[in-house]
Design a binder for this molecule. Structure first.
Ligand SMILES: Cc1ncc(COP(=O)(O)O)c(C=O)c1O
Length: 403
């Protein structure tokens, strides 16, 4: 198994760190940090304005990342890519910019129970505001879609279960019921782990964050089909997004500038471009092979621990249909909470996992889990030793509560 740890400077000062929290955020490779530093040191001018060389360079690089991003997710043109501050921001833009403008009282919208709060709460709020019928679909998705369903919001990969949804088939099926259904896909957990082609998926919107794909925080992406972007209103107003302004009215610039008011996160967008290069250079195939080997190893080890349950495992048969995310809980009442477990793993073993509901309370409630789960999630830098330490920590934890 190839070792990628040396590409990530965090391990130089933390050689014993066992980072199993990539679903929350991924670590950053040196190349991304170097490029951002290069921008801030050598050409940190604003974009789209200056007529001097460093501003022109910044503008050119920023716009090149738009092209690169379009190519990375299989969009037809770079104008379909809008830079936001993250997946949450992208989804809120669709809810407030498209939903507000295109949905009316009585329209149905369907959201899956397995959504991250970022792809749940904006729709719940919109439904209240616009008096929409808010339908919650179970894990099989399509049963709630009717010819009155105007929008479906669904994740590509669950941040709790690690399951990869067959988005292409779901969309195809949804469109046989209502050809004009608008499908918003939350790809926050997909883009760093599986190949994505939005044109092939035929989704209307696709949202993700830079920081979960080896890029910086503060930058995200909203992909939108041209026709849908035409139907969408800007929700933030200010510099950079206007065509004309007079004392009474203003007109808007073309897409995508129309949706990027104010100074964008320039250094972060440039860093995102390098994160895309980083993924492309390793190759998605190699990433998937690396993670698959680790998932199999992890599941093999967890199977041997009788007091641990894996959330939703009965719904997930094939390891090939999931990424390296596992949310677990104890079936032994003598054992402490998920937070106790994560605390001991972190403090005693330097194993970084996440405890709680992982911003997916409706899903945990569906499974009857009150105090949350412990989630371990993998990235390209992980190896079998990280998993061995996790297992060692879990066994130690059990011993404490049973001695
Ligand atoms: C599936 C999913 N969607 C959306 C988000 C929100 O991403 P961000 O906090 O970067 O906006 C997350 C973050 O964990 C996620 O896992």
């Amino acid at each position: 198994m190839k070792n990628y740890k040396n590409l990530f400077p965090i391990f130089k000062n933390n050689p014993d760190l066992h980072y199993l929290d990539s679903t929350a955020t991924s670590l950053k490779p040196q190349v991304v940090l170097d490029k951002m530093m290069d921008y801030y040191i050598n050409y940190s001018a604003n974009i789209h304005r200056g007529l001097y060389p460093i501003s022109e360079r910044a503008t050119e690089e920023y716009e090149k990342v738009r092209e690169k991003t379009a190519k990375f997710i299989g969009a037809k043109k770079s104008g379909e890519i809008i830079f936001t501050s993250g997946a949450t921001d992208s989804i809120n833009l669709v809810a407030n910019g498209w939903g507000e403008n295109n949905l009316k009282e009585g329209d149905e919208i369907v959201v899956s129970i397995a959504e991250h709060h970022s792809n749940f709460v904006p729709w719940q709020e919109l439904a209240k505001k616009r008096k929409l019928v808010f339908q919650i679909s179970d894990l099989s998705f399509s049963e709630k879609i009717t010819k009155n369903t105007k929008l479906l919001a669904i994740n590509h990969v669950s941040n709790v279960l690690g399951t990869i949804n067959d988005i292409k088939s779901i969309i195809k099926k949804a469109r046989t019921i209502n050809p004009d259904i608008c499908v918003v896909v939350d790809g926050a957990q997909a883009v760093a782990h599986i190949s994505v082609n939005v044109t092939d998926l035929d989704c209307d919107f696709y949202c993700f964050s830079g920081h979960k794909m080896y890029g910086p925080t503060g930058v995200g992406v909203l992909y939108g089909k041209v026709d849908r972007l035409v139907q969408m209103n800007p929700v933030r107003f200010g510099g950079g997004m206007i065509k004309t302004v007079d004392l009474h009215n203003s007109t808007w610039a073309d897409t995508p500038e129309k949706f990027e008011a104010g100074t964008p996160p320039i250094g972060e967008v440039i860093g995102l471009g390098v994160a895309i290069d980083f993924i492309n250079e390793i190759g998605m195939e190699n990433i998937m092979v690396h993670e698959k080997e680790l998932i199999e190893y992890l599941f093999g080890k967890l199977k041997g621990i009788k007091w641990i349950n894996i959330l939703g495992l009965q719904n997930l048969v094939k390891l090939s249909e999931r990424i390296g995310v596992v949310s677990m809980y104890s079936n032994d009442k003598r054992v402490g909470t998920s937070h106790d477990m994560a605390d001991i793993l972190g403090r005693k073993f330097n194993v970084a996992v996440r405890a709680g509901h992982h911003c997916a309370m409706p899903l945990h409630t569906k499974f009857g889990i009150k105090t949350g789960t412990v989630r371990a999630s993998l990235g390209i830098y992980n190896d079998k030793n990280d998993i061995d330490e996790l297992i060692k920590g879990l066994k130690h934890f059990y011993k404490i509560f049973n001695s």
